[in-house]
Every structure is written in structure tokens, then in C-alpha cells.
Design a binder for this molecule. Structure first.
Ligand SMILES: NC(=O)c1ccc[n+]([C@@H]2O[C@H](COP(=O)([O-])OP(=O)(O)OC[C@H]3O[C@@H](n4cnc5c(N)ncnc54)[C@H](O)[C@@H]3O)[C@@H](O)[C@H]2O)c1
Length: 260
């Protein structure tokens, strides 16, 4: 008998999960029994993740991949997925505002292109590679990293990021409709600020102490998200038990969207 929300026998792929939110998600999926493939371009981060995972006895396979290079993605896909013809869970985690300017009028066309490439087009590329395998197996869970920014605007990232996340939310709805009949669910999670070291630095840089405190006071649960808040929600959507949930854009923001 398998336990509730177990991911035993499941194979997952998560992009850009050497550190940050993705790392937390990878560890949680592995803790629940999945074999997790992690593709990231940071060799040091991957080594740390490998060591951590080995110490815990988890099955995490790391691979050095620059996700901005199509040939590297194709090679990783051939090695990790195409040969085994097995992939149950795809987490499109790569993304971020890439430190492009907050103010719309200061954003260049290049700022828009690079943010759209990593947040949206990479998810398109990976979904197009992975979905045929899921269709053949009549089973799949796709979870896209959306954002509060894509639903309500952002208080610290710019219009390019909000628009890219809005686009991935729409992609989520369309894939849910198109591939539901093939046993595949597709959902997006939409966190507000998650307290990774990178985001803590960005908030400090872009908001005064007073503004940060005011924002916190307006969040009904009076705190920002931690990585584990996000990892638990993703793990649930990745489970067999969540098979009737598709096309959702799940807010993970402590109720912040109701007040700011
Ligand atoms: N952190 C937040 O507050 C927050 C909030 C809402 C949504 N999100 C979304 O969650 C996802 C993860 O965010 P994060 O803050 O953990 O990200 P992050 O910026 O901390 O990046 C994590 C990893 O991405 C890897 N990476 C970046 N570009 C790469 C590339 N071209 N090829 C391979 N690896 C690459 C880095 O090496 C790093 O290990 C993103 O889609 C982000 O938009 C984050």
C-alpha cells in the first residue's frame, strides 16, 4: 500500500533547481519517493544539492545544462527521458525577472526578450518535448511556476516579468484543456515574494524598511512565503491524488492579493 501523496515510482524533471525555490521543490518530491532530474547551469549548486540529497538517501539526478541553449536541452532530454520513455512530472521552474529594471519606461526590448525566453519560451520548449511521452503513457502532471506578479502585478519586479508570468498562466489553462483527455493535468502556482536569499536582497534594494514593514502588515498571515510553503503545494499538485485538479492558478500569498 502506498501512503497518501506518495510519489514513489514517479519520475520528475525540474528546471533550474540547483538553488532557490526549485531546490526546495526537488528535495520535497524526492522525499516523497520520486526520482527527480534536476537541470541547472550552476555546477557548484548542483554538487551541493547532490551531496545533500545523497546524505538524505534521496534519488536526485543532477545534470549541468544551460537552459538558454537548445542543443543542451535536447541532449539532456535524450539522455534522461527519451531513452527511458518515462516522465510523470514536469516542473517548469526556471524564471525570474533577471534583475531587469522595475520601472516600465526603463525596460529595454532586450530586457523583455530575455525575461520572456526564460520564463515562457523555455516552458514551451520543454512541454513540447515532454508531452508526447506523457501522452504515450496516458499520464502526466505539469506544474508551471507562475507568480502573484502575473495575476495582480508586482511590488518589486517589472512589467516584463508580470507579463511573462501572465503568459505562462494562460499557457497553463490552454495545456490543461488540450491534454486533459490524455491523462495530463497542468496547473500553475502563483507565489508572492518567497524568502530566498536572492529575493531578500532584491526587496532590500528596491524597497525602504518602512515600505517592507507596511507590506508585511497588509498580508493577512503577516509574513512572506518560505520555500517549503511552495514545495508542499507543488508536491500535492504532482501527486496522483490531485488528478481532478487542472487549469488552476493557485495563489500562495498568505492572502496578500486581497489587500495589496
Ligand atoms: N523567489 C520568489 O520570490 C518567487 C516568487 C514567485 C515566483 N517565483 C518563480 O519561481 C521560480 C524560481 O525562482 P527562484 O527565485 O528560486 O529563482 P533563482 O533566480 O533563485 O534561480 C534558481 C536557479 O536558476 C538557475 N538558472 C538560471 N538561469 C539558468 C539557465 N539559463 N540555465 C540553467 N539554470 C539556470 C540558477 O543557476 C539557479 O540555480 C521562477 O520561475 C520565479 O519566477 C519566484
Amino acid at each position: 500500500m502506498t501512503s497518501l501523496y506518495s510519489l514513489s515510482q514517479q519520475v520528475a524533471l525540474i528546471t533550474a533547481a540547483g538553488s532557490g525555490l526549485g531546490k526546495g521543490i526537488a528535495l520535497e518530491l524526492a522525499r516523497r519517493g520520486a526520482l527527480v532530474h534536476v537541470w541547472d547551469r550552476d555546477a557548484v549548486a548542483l554538487k551541493n544539492l547532490s551531496d545533500e540529497s545523497a546524505a538524505a538517501g534521496y534519488a536526485i539526478e543532477t545534470r549541468l545544462v544551460n537552459l538558454s541553449i537548445d542543443d543542451e536541452i535536447q541532449a539532456a532530454f535524450s539522455a534522461n527521458i527519451q531513452q527511458s520513455k518515462k516522465i510523470d512530472i514536469l516542473i517548469n521552474n526556471a524564471g525570474g525577472s533577471l534583475h531587469t529594471p522595475f520601472h516600465f519606461l526603463e525596460q529595454s526590448k532586450d530586457d523583455w526578450q530575455k525575461v520572456f525566453e526564460l520564463n515562457l519560451m523555455l516552458a514551451v520548449t520543454l512541454s513540447q518535448l515532454v508531452i508526447p511521452v506523457m501522452v504515450a503513457n496516458h499520464y502526466g502532471r505539469i506544474i508551471n511556476l507562475g507568480s502573484k506578479a502575473g495575476r495582480y502585478g508586482s511590488l518589486f519586479a517589472g512589467a516584463n516579468y508580470a507579463a511573462a508570468k501572465g503568459a505562462i498562466h494562460s499557457l497553463t489553462l490552454q495545456l490543461a484543456q488540450e491534454f486533459g483527455p490524455n491523462g495530463i493535468t497542468c496547473n500553475a502556482i502563483c507565489p508572492g515574494a518567497v524568502m530566498t536569499p536572492r529575493v531578500q536582497g532584491l526587496l532590500k534594494e528596491r524597497q525602504s524598511d518602512e515600505l517592507r514593514q507596511k507590506i508585511l502588515n497588509e498580508i493577512p498571515v503577516r509574513r512572506h512565503a518560505e520555500v517549503d510553503d511552495v514545495a508542499q503545494a507543488v508536491a500535492y499538485l504532482a501527486s496522483r491524488e490531485a488528478g481532478f485538479i487542472t487549469g488552476t492558478l493557485l495563489d500562495i500569498n498568505g492572502g496578500q492579493a486581497m489587500s495589496t
